[in-house]
Every structure is written in structure tokens, then in C-alpha cells.
Design a binder for this molecule. Structure first.
Ligand code: ADP
Ligand code: PAZ
Ligand code: K
Length: 244
């Protein structure tokens, strides 16, 4: 069995894959990784651990140690690349790109024929466009919704509000509404702009993933949600590398 891990800045998404397919998968906070039941239950059957991560080097080492305490199997980390099977990275220095972005793009590349947009609504929101030839046109990095709520709460003295994540992008009549509706309005504006870009670049597919994907969909993004797109791309890459 193979344990696949997508360790983002908020949650660690994991998948246990066996010969017959997915045995289990889930998402936990970083500090909860040690308590994933499948790690203990399948420790003897896991023969490799495969990781895509964007966390700090210190946390990467901690994650590596937590996994190895429970599972005696080789851990392999995969990072963003210049090119793979026709998908070409726009970054001059691909090592600077978050591994999750490359793995999500690769998952989409293997899934779709034609150009596509990939949106990963996580701690940060990433948007990447790839044309039908596999050329990465480039992308955007935006603060995620929790990051935006936190910044208002910590950086503005007189803004007190309860987060209710109302999905009503209409003008607010008090501080709480101005903040909650404001972020809904901003998210709906992002969704609308993505749809305009998709038309402008002639892309055929829009894929969305991440913990806040549903929010963007509810605020107007017309896209196909693939919750485990990063893990899908990571699994394909590891399978290809194993076959070399
Ligand atoms: N159980 C949860 N715990 C934390 N965040 C969650 C949860 N469910 C949904 N979310 C939302 O998902 C976002 C994190 O998405 P995720 O894709 O896990 O991020 P990352 O890949 O950066 O770790 C948070 O900003 C939050 O709004
Ligand atoms: C932009 C990100 C923080 C998104 O990560 P996440 O929100 O999923 O934790 C991550 O892709 C990253 O650390 N990127 C490095 C910079 C870059 O991609 O150019
Ligand atoms: K992510």
C-alpha cells in the first residue's frame, strides 16, 4: 500500500492506495497527523510514503518524523518540475512554485484534453491557466478567506465582527455585514474574473479544489470540483516514476 500526503499550510490531506484502489482518505490539521487511525491500522502494509508539501522546512521535518514513527517505509517528496509529459511550467525556476500547484495542474492535465484553469482555494487561493498544448500560461496567488478574515481582525483596531461566512455579496448595514458580505463580494468577483479569463484564453475546463472550493462555487464559479486533485496528480507522478 502507498500513503499519499498533501500537506498544505492549513490541513494535511492523505490517501491510502492499495492494489484495488483507495483504501481510505481524509484531511486533518497538521497536529492531528499522528492520530490518523489508518497509519496504525495499516502500518505493516504501507510500503511507501509519497508527499507533496508547501509547509516550512521545520514542519516538513516534523511531518517526516511523525510518519516514520508510525510507518517504517521510505518517504519520497515530490516538488514542482519544469515539464512532465507535455505539461510545461511557466516558471523559469520551477523549484520556487508550490508543489501543490504543480501536482494539481498535472492531475488536471492527465484528466482533461484541452486548456484548463485550476483553482485551489486553500490557506491561499491559487489560480493557474494551462493552454491546450500543455503550456502553463501562468497564475495568481491570493490570500485565502480565513487569511482575509484574520487580517481584518488583527490589523484594523475598530473592526469587530463575527465570521458568519454569509454568501450574500450585497452591501452591508453594520460592521459584521460589511466584512462578511465584503468577502463574499470579493470571492464572487474573483469567480467572475476567472470566468472572463477562461473565455479570453480559450480554456475548455475549469477545475476547483481546496477546502474553500464550495464557497467559490456557491459564489458563481462555474467549475468541476475535484477535492483530491493534488493527491491525484501526486499519485500519477509517483506511479510514473516507479515505472521508470
Ligand atoms: N475542517 C476544516 N479545518 C480547517 N479549514 C477548513 C476545514 N474545512 C474547510 N476548511 C476551509 O478550508 C481552508 C483550508 O483548505 P485546504 O485546502 O485544506 O488548505 P491548505 O491546502 O492550504 O492546507 C480553510 O481556509 C477553511 O476555510
Ligand atoms: C501559494 C501556496 C502557499 C498555496 O498553498 P496552500 O494555500 O495550499 O497551503 C503554495 O502553493 C506555495 O507556497 N507556493 C510557493 C510560491 C509559488 O507558488 O510561487
Ligand atoms: K493546497
Amino acid at each position: 500500500m502507498k500513503l499519499l500526503v498533501d500537506a498544505g499550510n492549513t490541513r494535511v490531506k492523505w490517501r491510502l492506495s492499495g492494489a484495488a484502489g483507495v483504501v481510505g482518505q481524509g484531511a486533518v490539521l497538521f497536529d492531528e497527523v499522528a492520530s490518523i487511525p489508518e497509519l496504525a491500522n495499516y502500518a505493516q502494509q504501507i510500503t511507501s510514503i509519497v508527499v507533496s508539501t508547501v509547509i516550512s522546512e521545520e514542519r516538513r521535518r516534523q511531518l517526516n518524523d511523525v510518519l516514520l514513527e508510525r510507518v517504517k517505509a521510505p518517504v519520497r517528496f515530490y516538488w514542482a518540475e519544469t515539464e512532465r509529459r507535455g505539461l510545461r511550467n511557466a516558471y523559469e525556476d520551477p523549484a520556487r512554485m508550490g508543489a501543490d500547484r504543480w501536482h494539481a495542474m498535472y492531475g488536471a492535465w492527465r484528466l482533461c484534453s484541452g486548456g484548463f484553469a485550476v483553482i485551489d482555494a486553500g490557506s491561499a487561493i491559487t489560480i493557474d491557466y494551462v493552454d491546450a498544448s500543455g503550456m502553463h500560461l501562468g497564475g495568481y496567488i491570493l490570500p485565502g478567506v480565513q487569511m482575509m478574515f484574520r487580517s481584518l481582525r488583527t490589523d484594523a483596531a475598530r473592526i469587530g465582527f463575527d465570521v458568519n461566512e454569509a454568501l450574500t455579496p450585497v452591501p452591508g448595514h453594520d460592521t459584521g455585514e460589511c466584512v462578511n458580505h465584503g468577502l463574499a463580494w470579493l470571492s464572487s468577483s474573483v469567480s467572475e474574473r476567472i470566468m472572463k479569463d477562461v473565455e479570453f484564453y480559450g480554456l475548455s475546463h475549469v477545475l476547483v479544489t481546496g477546502g474553500d472550493a464550495r464557497r467559490l462555487l456557491d459564489l458563481g464559479l462555474s467549475a468541476r470540483e475535484i477535492p483530491e486533485l493534488v493527491l491525484d496528480g501526486l499519485e500519477r507522478i509517483d506511479t510514473e516514476e516507479a515505472g521508470r
